[in-house]
Design a protein around this ligand. Structure first.
Ligand code: PHE
Length: 452
């Protein structure tokens, strides 16, 4: 499938494949690692509520906008804007997206590496007989090492590179289609165990009972940023993926299905984690280790815990992989189509460069943990700049592009496939895209940075 001929672009084979690939991109560490951890840091229910509102009034219109742009242009994140708005600066939205992809994959590969280490630990049954304090020590001891986490990061980035080299049909689609449903099943089983733990109620009310006194301006901005991160929005991932879609796909229903699936899995992950956090006396604001510390406690409290821990970390690694390939694909499609670098070379070069930037991210957890700027490590900064700054700005430009630049007629033509598909929601979508989404993003963004 490695082709440099952009007139012969690779494509998805069908509906289920596309949905699986988009959902595979959306569902990842964002849902299972990051959502519970930042929910804990920003105080629980009120953060979750703001997150859900952001998904509905901003995430959905941005997703549909990315689909519209990508499928109309049939190009990468930068090329799409160049094609639809020739000679205009809109393509800079795509350039920013490439930068965001670079930063996100750098730290994403590190955390994904942790899932591989934990898969290994699950295989040799090393959670058995450990109490919550032991498990906390186990995590802290691992991430603060120099070599081991970087070793796993390299392995994970190698896997990502390898799948992207195999192309769209062969790699991305096949992996997503089989593994996503299995992941869902495991999480539901974990939910059942978690909510039947003694003291589970406290965790559920932490997650679902909003206490607005705990919500800060940075919390609101992080909820918005995470809505983008979790749905893979704001940096052209879905522009790139939808450029491989056929004209008869119903973009609106696809956007709704993927959004519901992604949000549902994040909430189910929260339900698996917070009751256990309270039941085992773990600090909800424990940070990036939350899932890695909490769930091994849960596994020990369930029959078949060995098998479940193994399956869980295996599937978490796979979910991370179906997301990481979508991030790498943004960079690779740009390098190969715009800079005319052979796809194979582009993939290898991008992987190496991103992996190198990931090294200081990994060291941020140990050797470089004291290297901080304004209280944030290198890892924290990449996450903050990408998720809380670049993705919201990218998202704003993307909805504004569809709402104001493409406008009603062109958007309608693309979404309805020149009148062949129904789209009763179109006026609502354009209203959100023109006014509500840009306005809310701008307010939350400026407020979160303390400028408003
Ligand atoms: N959505 C992915 C996750 O939740 C991460 C991601 C972000 C993927 C941005 C693509 C683009 O894990």
């Amino acid at each position: 499938m490695e082709t440099n001929d952009i007139t012969q672009r690779d494509s998805f084979t069908g509906r289920i494949g596309i949905i699986a690939a988009v959902a595979g991109s959306a569902v990842g560490l964002g849902n299972i690692w990051k959502f519970p951890y930042i929910t804990g840091v920003y105080g629980g229910g009120a953060f979750v509520l703001v997150y859900l509102i952001c998904i509905a009034i901003i995430g959905l219109p941005v997703m549909l906008s990315e689909f519209t742009i990508g499928r109309k242009a049939q190009r990468n994140a930068v090329g799409s804007f160049k094609k639809l708005a020739p000679g205009k600066p809109w393509f800079l939205t795509g350039v920013m997206g490439i930068a965001a992809a670079f930063m996100i994959l750098a730290f994403y590969g590190v955390v994904a590496g942790w899932t591989l280490e934990y898969l290994g630990k699950a295989v040799i049954n090393s959670f058995a007989g450990k109490n919550p304090a032991d498990l906390e020590g186990m995590f802290g001891g691992f991430i603060s090492q120099v070599i081991r986490p970087i070793f796993w990061q390299f392995i994970f980035m190698g896997l990502t590179c390898w799948i992207v080299l195999a192309g769209i049909k062969g790699g991305i689609e096949k992996a997503s289609k089989i593994l996503m449903p299995v992941l869902l099943l495991i999480i539901v089983i974990l939910d059942i165990r978690a909510i039947t733990l003694p003291g589970a109620g406290e965790g559920l009310s932490f997650l679902f009972k909003p206490d607005f006194s705990k919500l800060s301006a940075e919390g609101v901005l992080s909820a918005l940023g995470h809505a983008f991160f979790s749905l893979s929005l704001g940096m052209g991932t879905l522009i790139t993926y939808s450029s491989y879609m056929g004209k008869n796909e119903n973009l609106g229903s696809m956007a709704i299905q993927c959004t519901v699936a992604d949000t549902g899995i994040a909430l189910l992950a929260g339900v698996a984690i917070f009751p256990a956090v309270f039941a085992f006396g773990i600090e909800p604001g424990a940070g990036p280790g939350l899932v890695f510390i909490t769930l091994p406690n849960v596994f020990q409290q369930m029959p078949g815990g060995y098998i479940f821990s193994l399956l869980f970390f295996l599937l978490l690694a796979v979910a991370a992989l179906t997301s990481s390939i979508s991030i790498l694909e943004v960079v690779v499609a740009y390098f190969s189509e715009e800079l005319k670098i052979a796809r194979r070379n582009a993939t290898i070069m991008a992987t190496i460069a991103i992996t190198i930037v990931g090294i200081p991210c990994s060291l941020s957890m140990g050797a470089m943990s004291k290297v901080q700027f304004l209280g944030k490590t290198f890892f924290d900064w990449l996450d903050y700049i990408a998720a809380n700054i670049l993705l919201p700005i990218g998202g704003l430009l993307i909805v504004a592009f569809v709402g104001w630049y493409l406008g009603y007629d062109k958007t309608k033509e693309e979404i309805t496939n020149s009148g062949k598909l129904k789209a009763a929601y179109l006026p609502l979508f354009l209203f959100l895209a023109k006014f509500i989404a840009p306005l809310v993003i701008a307010i939350v963004f400026l407020h979160g940075l303390g400028l408003f």
